[in-house]
Design a protein around this ligand. Structure first.
Ligand SMILES: Cc1ncc(COP(=O)(O)O)c(C=O)c1O
Length: 443
């Protein structure tokens, strides 16, 4: 007889206490953060921790130059400004991503254009890219989503053929590798987030990498109000030469990031080992589709994505309803599980309403006034939509959670999938806290 599910009053397989926290705070974090406190320098574009982090991240990725920023969003916006994206230009990104991959274009008064995704990697589908290019396109932002490298060779070839900048959104993919190169180093500029969930965590923050001295110089200006610095004295002259922003990082987040960077490869290894172990087990369960790692790539599993297929599970149920029912059952088994993005980004109200800045319709009106229409009908992104209906995220595969923990996660899946009839009875119950949202920390 099937074991009674926790959702029906049975004993859960896991409890919240079984999950160890991310990020891991150890002696390196304490040492480097204390260094900041002991030195008494807490901020500054050329402060010691910030400068050291820039050197270390450039060395780690193989990029020539690195700038720290206050967020991944800031790094993306800086990148668009540095490559010369401006009002009315179009910037192409992926339909399944975080809002910032697209809103960074709006921040530059440019217009985001979306491309549907590859059904296996969930990254931009290169086969659909060229159709999205217009005479107004200035840049392409492939996103290495959930830690999986996007297929950059064809994307870069298209970018070069059309003289477009390629900016990698590697905000979720620290240490991921595409054909022997660290992601972020293949395009013109690479960007990373350092927020609390990320594989490389500084609390908040971002990183901007490039091999171009020109983009570096632009980045330095844009990061700090557009203010020029006197060559000789290295002091700001309080004379802005271009429009800039206040996108500097600080010493405490930079110190924390440096400590985390000492362990990045080791912690990524744990994620990869745990992910591979979980994938081996979940692949044995009919109706569960574990994530895919493309050949010649290293996926760093910032998120472990699982999809469900009711037909393959032998159940007659609408896929979205099936996913929600299974998610609830797994959640009550003690899994930290739930969706991240619930819809393709172009389906969000911002794009459906095109209200832009406070209801002005800007920046779309720049081109719509000339008769060019922007259509964000979500039906143009069927692969991203299907993913959003059927996927969930299994949290907790990060270090220091180990193999024994992963084995219990697999056991929770086995338990629910051997009693699907019971799970499906709860499909219409109210959504459980967290079953449809972020689970660690505060959003
Ligand atoms: C794909 C992607 N791009 C950009 C960002 C923005 O990074 P931040 O939150 O540091 O601004 C994130 C953050 O989660 C992200 O996941």
């Amino acid at each position: 007889m099937a074991e009674k599910l926790a959702i029906d009053g049975g004993k859960p397989v896991l409890t919240r206490k079984d999950f160890k926290n991310w990020p891991i705070i150890g002696s390196d974090e304490r040492r480097l953060v204390n260094e900041v406190l002991d030195r008494g320098i807490v901020a500054g574009g050329t402060a010691p921790q910030v400068m050291a982090l820039e050197k270390e991240w450039a060395a780690y990725t193989g990029a020539k130059y690195c700038l720290t920023t206050c967020s991944g969003t800031a790094a993306l916006h800086m990148a668009l400004a540095a490559v010369g994206v401006g009002p009315g230009d179009e910037v192409i990104t992926s339909a399944f991503t975080f809002l910032a991959s697209a809103s960074c274009a709006i921040h530059q008064n440019a217009i985001p254009v979306f491309v549907d995704i590859d059904p296996k990697t969930f990254c931009m589908d290169p086969a659909r890219l060229e159709a999205a290019i217009t005479p107004r396109t200035k840049a392409i932002i492939p996103v290495h989503i959930q830690g999986c490298p996007a297929d950059l060779d064809p994307i870069l070839a298209i970018a070069r053929r059309h003289s477009l900048a390629m900016i990698e959104d590697a905000c979720q993919a620290h240490g991921a590798v595409y054909k022997g190169k660290k992601v972020g180093t293949l395009g013109d500029i690479g960007t990373f987030s350092l927020n609390n969930f990320k594989n490389l965590c500084g609390g908040e923050g971002g990183l901007f990498i490039t091999d171009s001295e020109g983009y570096l110089e632009k980045g330095v200006l844009i990061r700090c109000f557009g203010d020029e610095v006197d060559e000789k004295s290295k002091r700001r002259v309080y004379n802005a030469s271009i429009l800039g922003y206040m996108y500097r990082n600080q010493e405490l987040p930079a110190a924390l990031t440096r400590a985390q960077l000492l362990h990045l490869d080791e912690y990524n290894r744990v994620r990869i080992d745990n992910a591979n172990a979980l994938t081996r087990e979940l692949a044995k369960i009919a109706g569960v589709i574990p994530p895919f790692c493309p050949p010649e790539c290293t996926h760093v599993y910032f998120m472990y994505n699982v999809r469900f297929d009711p037909k393959k599970a032998g159940v007659s149920c609408e896929p979205r309803r099936f996913r929600i029912a299974v998610e609830k059952a797994l959640y009550t088994e003690g899994m930290l599980i739930g969706q991240w993005q619930t819809m393709p980004v172009p389906a969000q109200d911002l794009f459906q309403s095109k209200l832009g800045y406070g209801g002005t319709g800007y920046p779309w009106t720049i081109n719509e006034a000339k008769g060019i229409h922007y259509n964000y009908d979500p039906r143009q992104f069927p692969v991203a939509q299907e993913l959003c209906d059927t996927y969930t995220i299994v949290h907790g595969i990060h270090a220091p959670n180990g193999r024994e923990h992963v084995e219990r996660m697999a056991a929770a899946f086995r338990k629910v999938f051997s009693n699907l009839d019971a799970a499906l009875k709860h499909a219409d119950d109210p959504i459980y806290p967290g079953a449809d949202g972020a689970l660690y920390g505060a959003g």
